[in-house]
Structure formats: structure tokens, C-alpha cells
Design a protein around this ligand. Structure first.
Ligand SMILES: *[C@@H]1O[C@H](CO)[C@@H](O)[C@H](O)[C@H]1NC(C)=O
Ligand SMILES: *[C@@H]1O[C@H](CO)[C@@H](O)[C@H](O)[C@H]1NC(C)=O
Ligand SMILES: *[C@@H]1O[C@H](CO)[C@@H](O)[C@H](O)[C@H]1NC(C)=O
Ligand SMILES: *[C@@H]1O[C@H](CO)[C@@H](O)[C@H](O)[C@H]1NC(C)=O
Length: 422
């Protein structure tokens, strides 16, 4: 029998207020200070001011969640601060031939192979460099063709696309208006042309969102279809860096205290992604190192509007319960509503809505549904599905339930939260 694990609330310092306007793009967080590599003293270049409008050569996060912006032989670390020489952080980029600029960079996402996962890859001419912990990996630099067969030399931009966002763990390379989608495991390449997308000089993934940078502007695109939805381009200085007066993009939002946050649901999927839902917004919980941000639920689950009551994952599917209806989404690449849904909860699970919370523990097939002070066990492998067991619970009102591999009750507070510039 699964232990009963409940979280009365998960405490997130969400920078979210009900009255705040919902905006579409990223929020920034300061890169944490890092003392693990030497910083040159006169390496700052006041002449390179990214608030004057820079077309970046490359943008990539590192394994600690710092974001690096590259231009010529300089880089910026994080979303504020001056330019530094790139070779003071990534020494060997210089050794090979004098560093003019990097063509492209990305942070590898491939948890199946921890020898490459989270490494930063740089592309210079026909060479590729792999770094981890600011140290060049043995055997690098090597020919791009050797490591990434089928990928052209001098790519303009590159961005990782993990399984769940792309069909498989992939890297998207951009050159002119061509896109080379590289499957990391099979090393196969598919070429596409996204003629409607501007030619990207750098590309960046942030919180499951994909951004093509061109000039000082950026355009958000879908990593599988290339579709652009929303009003683009937008000025990067208003979103990805702190440029002060004239570069704000709206009114400020108040940061909520933990005690003020009332979540509606929390869930984790089999790919390790966890989500919190509050009002009409959701937030990814497991990517905190890269910053955090709330997005409209309808951005990822198109058919859902308004507040959800309970969410749980089972296998590849995410179940979203709202009132007396249940929506089942398949997560292959992005969430797709399964045909025939939403369906009445009664028909799917044999229980009447509304419910307060639902959770499933890893590798289990019993979903625990909470309604008032009762918890119901429903076996998802049984047909028809019906309540197997009913138990009282000693809490007055549950907002969200969550169970993870540690088998511990989880109360999570993300202390610094994002700095929000709504
Ligand atoms: C770093 O690059 C600058 C200019 O590109 C160059 O003058 C300097 O010698 C380089 N430093 C090292 C340690 O390679
Ligand atoms: C990272 O590199 C530094 C030296 O540059 C070293 O002291 C540290 O142990 C390394 N950390 C890891 C996790 O390898
Ligand atoms: C985009 O790249 C293509 C080559 O792939 C080139 O023909 C076109 O002129 C470029 N567009 C712009 C606006 O630079
Ligand atoms: C940026 O986008 C605006 C439209 O939003 C456009 O007028 C401007 O020319 C673009 N600038 C660059 C450098 O791409």
C-alpha cells in the first residue's frame, strides 16, 4: 500500500498577483555569483553596451543556470552586468585560432548520457568545443562533422530541445533560413525550412520556451513546427536584460509571500518535469536553476481555461480535472488532448466531481483522489475504474497533493523567486 503523502500547500514565492497583467515572455533572474573561475580585472569592456542594441552571436545557459550572451570576443554573464572577454571564462576557445567570435552555443540536454548531459557546446568555424565546469573536455575541439554528422560548419545558432518538447532529445541548428534538427541518440539529421521565421543569429531555450534572436529583437517559436504565435518581434532589451528607463515592459507585480500562495494542483511526469498550477497560471518547478516564471495554463494545455482542481500524471498522460470533467493529455512533444476528451469524471474514474486534489506515487497505478476529508483510491489499470477504497484524512482542506520518489511530504518554497518586471 502506498503511503499517504499529502502536501497541504506547496509554498512558492511566486511573483504573481491576481491583478497583474499576464505577459507572454520571459522574466529574468540574476545569475548567481560564481567564484569557481578566475575573473580578469581589466577584462570589462565599457564600449560594448548590450543596452545599445547588440546582435548576439550565441546565447546559452550553463550547468549552474547562468546564461551567457556572446558577441565577438566578449561575453555577458547573466542578465545584467558588463561585458568580459570570453577567454577569461572559456580559455581554450582562444587557443585553437584566435577567437573572432563563436558561431553558436547550446547546453546539451541528454540525461541518458551523463558524459554529455549539461555540457556546453561551442561552435567555431568547423570545430566544436565541449565544456563542463568551465573546463574543456578531453578530445575537444573536434570537427563538427565528427561529433554532429550532417550539421554544417559555421552554424548561425543552436538550441537544445529535450524529449517532451521535441519528439526525442534533439538540438536545433540554424543556418540562414534552414533548420537542422539533430537527434542526439541516433545522430540523424532532419532538415527543415522555416521561411516565416527570421534568420536567427542566436537561439535560446528558457522554461520550455524557444526564442530566436535576430538584431536586437527576438521571436518566440515552436521547436517542432516553427510556428510563431503572438506579436513578434520584440525588443530583447525589454525582456532579457536590465536596461532601465525606457526598456520596461509594463507595470510591476508584487511578489507573493509563501503564506499567500494557494496552489490548485501540483504534478510530476515521467520525464521529471513538475508543474504547479495556480489560478489560470502554471509554473515549472524542477527547472529552478534557470530561473522561474509563470505562464498561462492555456499556453501549454490549449483547451483548458480557468482554474484547475486537480492534476496527476500516469504513464505518458497528464490528467487534468476541472469540475466534473477530466481532460487527458498525451505528452509526446508538448501536450496534446486525447480525442474524445474532456469526458465526465464519473465516466472516466467512477467518481463525481468536483475534487480537491489528486496524486499518484511514482510507479504506482492507484490514483488517490481527495474530496473534502475523504481520500479515494482508484486503480487505473482496472476496467471499469471505480473507487477501491475510501479513507478519512485528518486535514480540513487539501489544495494540492503530490508524491515523489523520496516518499516524503513535500513543502517547497522557492526562496528568491524571479524578479518580475511585468
Ligand atoms: C584573450 O583575448 C584577448 C583579446 O581577444 C587577448 O588580447 C588576450 O591575450 C587573450 N587572453 C588569453 C589569456 O588568451
Ligand atoms: C570545477 O573546477 C574547479 C577548478 O576549476 C574544481 O576546483 C572543482 O572541483 C570542479 N568541480 C567539479 C564538480 O568538477
Ligand atoms: C536568410 O537566409 C537566407 C539563406 O538561407 C538568405 O537567402 C536570406 O537573404 C536571409 N535573410 C535575411 C533577411 O538576411
Ligand atoms: C525590431 O523589430 C521592430 C518591430 O517590432 C522593427 O521595427 C525593427 O526594425 C527591428 N530591429 C531590428 C534591429 O531587428
Amino acid at each position: 500500500m502506498t503511503a499517504v503523502l499529502l502536501s497541504l500547500y506547496a509554498c512558492l514565492a511566486l511573483a504573481l498577483s491576481n491583478a497583474a497583467p499576464v505577459h507572454d515572455d520571459v522574466m529574468i533572474k540574476d545569475a548567481p555569483e560564481d567564484h569557481s573561475h578566475p575573473k580578469g580585472e581589466d577584462h570589462h569592456d565599457a564600449k560594448l553596451d548590450r543596452c545599445k542594441g547588440i546582435e548576439f552571436d550565441a546565447i546559452t545557459p550553463d550547468e549552474k543556470g547562468n546564461t551567457f550572451f556572446f558577441k565577438g570576443d566578449h561575453l555577458w554573464k547573466g542578465f545584467s552586468g558588463p561585458a568580459e572577454l570570453s577567454n577569461s571564462t572559456f580559455k581554450e576557445l582562444d587557443d585553437f585560432h584566435h577567437l573572432g567570435h563563436v558561431d553558436a552555443a547550446f547546453r546539451m540536454h541528454h540525461q541518458d548520457d551523463l558524459n554529455v548531459h549539461d555540457h556546453i557546446y561551442f561552435f567555431l568555424g568547423d570545430k566544436v568545443f565541449s565544456y563542463y565546469n568551465y573546463t574543456l573536455e578531453q578530445g575537444y575541439p573536434m570537427e563538427i562533422q565528427q561529433d554532429f554528422p550532417g550539421v554544417p560548419s559555421h552554424p548561425d545558432a543552436a538550441v537544445e530541445c529535450p524529449k517532451g518538447e521535441c519528439i526525442t532529445d534533439s538540438v536545433l541548428f540554424f543556418k540562414g533560413n534552414e533548420i537542422y534538427s539533430f537527434d542526439i541518440k541516433t545522430k540523424s539529421v532532419k532538415k527543415k525550412v522555416w521561411a516565416h521565421l527570421p534568420n536567427c543569429t542566436s537561439a535560446f531555450r528558457w522554461q520550455e520556451h524557444y526564442y530566436c534572436f535576430h538584431g536586437y529583437n527576438f521571436t518566440r517559436f515552436h521547436p517542432v513546427s516553427g510556428d510563431v504565435t503572438g506579436t513578434y518581434p520584440k525588443d530583447a532589451r525589454k525582456y532579457f536584460m536590465r536596461c532601465g528607463e525606457g526598456f520596461d515592459h509594463g507595470s510591476g507585480a508584487r511578489r507573493q509571500r509563501c503564506s499567500e500562495v494557494k496552489l490548485n494542483a501540483i504534478t510530476s511526469d515521467d520525464k521529471g518535469r513538475s508543474y504547479a498550477f495556480q489560478d489560470a497560471m502554471y509554473m515549472r518547478l524542477d527547472t529552478h536553476r534557470d530561473g522561474s516564471h509563470h505562464f498561462p495554463i492555456s499556453r501549454s494545455w490549449k483547451e483548458i481555461s480557468g482554474v484547475v482542481d486537480a492534476v496527476y500524471n500516469y504513464g505518458d498522460n497528464m490528467y487534468i480535472i476541472q469540475g466534473d470533467q477530466v481532460y487527458i493529455y498525451k505528452s509526446v512533444a508538448h501536450y496534446t488532448l486525447i480525442e474524445g476528451y474532456p469526458k465526465p469524471l464519473k465516466e472516466e474514474l467512477g467518481i463525481d466531481g468536483p475534487v480537491d486534489a489528486a496524486f499518484l506515487c511514482p510507479n504506482q497505478h492507484i490514483v488517490n483522489i481527495i474530496q473534502g476529508q475523504k481520500m479515494y483510491d482508484i486503480d487505473l489499470d482496472a476496467t471499469p475504474r471505480a473507487v477501491k477504497m475510501e479513507r478519512p484524512i485528518p486535514f480540513p482542506k487539501i489544495d494540492a497533493g503530490f508524491c515523489d520518489a523520496d516518499g516524503v511530504k513535500k513543502t517547497q518554497c522557492i526562496p528568491e523567486g524571479p524578479t518580475i518586471l511585468l
